[in-house]
Design a binder for this molecule. Sequence first.
Ligand code: FEO
Length: 397
Amino acid sequence: MHPIPLTDDVYFLGMNDRRTALFENLWPLPYGVSYNAALIVDHKVCLIDTVERAFGGELLNRLLALLGDRPVDYLVVNHVEPDHSGSIRSLLDRYPGLTLVGNKKTFPMIENFYGSLPNTRIISDGDTLELGRHRLVFQTIPMVHWPESMVSYEVTEQILFSNDAFGSFGALDGGVFDDEVDPAFWEGETLRYYANIVGKYGPHTQRALAKLNGLPLRMIVPSHGRIWRSRIPHILERYQKWSRYETDPGVVIVFGTMYGHTEEIADAIARQLAVRGIQNIRIHDASKSHLSYILADLFRFRGLIIGSCAYNNELFPTIEAVVREIEHKGIRDHLLGLFGSYSWNGGGVKNLEKFSTAIGWEQVHPPVEAKGALSKESHRDAVALANAMADRLLYNE
Ligand code: FEO
């Protein structure tokens, strides 16, 4: 993708990565991902963030095409995670006079990753970097996504370079701006990005939003995904909602099963929820759905009904991974239902009850547990659980 001028002298340098299968070697990228840098060409030349190491050569090619022999004066390091800092060394090889701009937490991390650096400038909240007609103002946004994360705001053009904040999974398939793409598709990948990368840090995201409140914004340029220009109020509202753990009426049903008995209960619960008027029901087989999609759905919907077969007197391993990650992410304010099945001693429901105690959400009904296949009795219990969840969602009863 060629550099895209955002204004007369601000360029968007987004690199599409359609080869990497797992972001952070963990999160699936079925639609790829982009690493977005930006360049301001003024009295001083300033690059905002680099890109993942494999794309460093392409970044240099684009800089040479735009600048010729003119050097880059500043590199703003909004975030040290290697998807943005990975090309620092190759950039310094080409531009040895470069000054790196970051906050007090930035440079110890960079040194740990890349060794000591020659020219650095440490900024604090509200500090400015004069480039000529353009001026950058910095704000730290700790834990959105790392302790040193920060944003850079260009005052003249009113562009916020927000790094991970407001970013999305998904390569830039032609559409670079929010009004050039299908919003429904992008919202799904923006939420999946938020839920999995930033979602643990809701209170930190709230503090970051408070810092940015009232800033005149013509564009938000995140370090992944499309640029926000027509739907800025929308993405700000979404971030407010997600970081407050506010959800819509709907139920995520997650199950782990070996022989299908636990899935039978899931289907019985889902059917009754639908009969009761719950239209948003998402069922995940934890052996098939990647955790990232389950977590994204949990940021959308208030109900979680989770089931596990017994496995060596314990949870089924895929469900164990799900509950562990829900606890780790600190997801709040959901309604919970539990179910499971066993063949002799049990272990699924028993351990789900420990999860319920640990997470502290409201459990809407006693657990449903079947010995073997779904029986008349366990079907009746599944319907009762679904009814209890529907009552809480629809009538707050
Ligand atoms: Fe896109 Fe936290 O790095």
